[in-house]
Ligand binder design. Structure first.
Ligand SMILES: [Cu+2]
Length: 279
């Protein structure tokens, strides 16, 4: 039943689902839309009925005694009961699952920092040691060190930074610490059913488990308007005059490809530091 009615979501143009927690959200949207549909039909019918019944030449002026039947009362109670069910049955549990029950991080969790700025997404991986290096605002250099990592700190030398390219492995919990360098942005991954404001001065945990690789996703959307375009990171908060181009790319890799990505990025890092030595 929950599934049957919830499936309405997928007829309303919702993007393909790519995370484990998203199904309940989609079902809730389906249920909310059923309620809205019923209310729309109910109120629409009532409106048309009154327009016809009380039209000026109907000789049928308003009845000052009002309605005697209890129908409207019961209808209102039913609507309230349904709304309460949506809140208690869906909204509260989903909210705590997706936002407030922050899972414990273990060795299998992928931890990433995402630092938003006008107008890009800086992605900071902890590197092979699994620990984020120290970052300092005074070390920020937009060209060479956008998140201000102290490369001389013991945990900072191996850290990987990419711009607008977030890679995550499939079927593993991703724990993202979201922050912002300047104004409020919003980190939006439509297929992952993830949306969270990035707030300067705060590190907000955002967590989800991707269930569909980019490869599978691209196969799925073949022939649709979205053909050839993988997962994207959108900024969902008007953050300045170039907000529209604050677009990042999310790639959900197989575990093997993800490790390859990390190795490749680590190699770039080595090349860069070799270049430094030449100087
Ligand atoms: Cu933005």
């Amino acid at each position: 039943m929950i599934e049957l009615l919830g499936n309405l979501s997928y007829h309303l143009g919702l993007p393909s689902l790519g995370s484990s927690h998203g199904l309940e959200m989609d079902y809730m949207q389906g249920w909310v839309h059923w309620l809205m549909l019923i209310l729309f039909i109910g109120w629409g019918t009532f409106f048309i009925f009154t327009v016809i019944k009380f039209r000026s030449n109907a000789n049928n002026s308003a009845d000052y005694e009002g309605v005697k039947s209890n129908f409207s009362k019961y209808a209102e109670i039913a609507v309230i009961a349904f709304e309460a069910f949506l809140l208690v049955g869906f909204a509260y549990p989903i909210w705590s699952m997706a936002k407030t029950d922050v899972p414990n991080v273990d060795n299998d969790t992928i931890e990433v920092r995402v630092i938003a700025q006008q107008y890009a997404w800086n992605i900071h991986y902890p590197g092979v040691d699994g620990k984020f290096g120290i970052t300092k605002p005074e070390l920020v250099d937009e060209e060479t060190n956008p998140v201000g990592i102290d490369r001389n700190s013991p945990t900072g030398a191996d850290d990987i930074v990419t711009i607008n390219q977030l890679h995550l492995p499939v079927d593993k919990l991703a724990m993202i610490y979201l922050s912002s360098k300047d104004v409020i942005h919003s980190f939006f991954l439509p297929e992952m059913r993830v949306k969270q404001d990035a707030i300067p001065g705060m590190s907000v945990p955002v967590f989800f488990t991707p269930t569909k690789t980019t490869e599978t996703f691209l196969n799925e959307i073949k022939g649709t308007a979205r053909d050839g375009k993988g997962y994207e990171i959108a900024c969902a908060q008007l953050c300045g005059n170039s907000h529209y181009r604050m677009r990042g790319f999310l790639t959900i890799d197989s575990e093997e490809d993800f490790n390859k990505f990390l190795i490749e990025e680590a190699e770039y890092l080595e090349e860069e530091s070799d270049d430094d030595d030449d100087w």
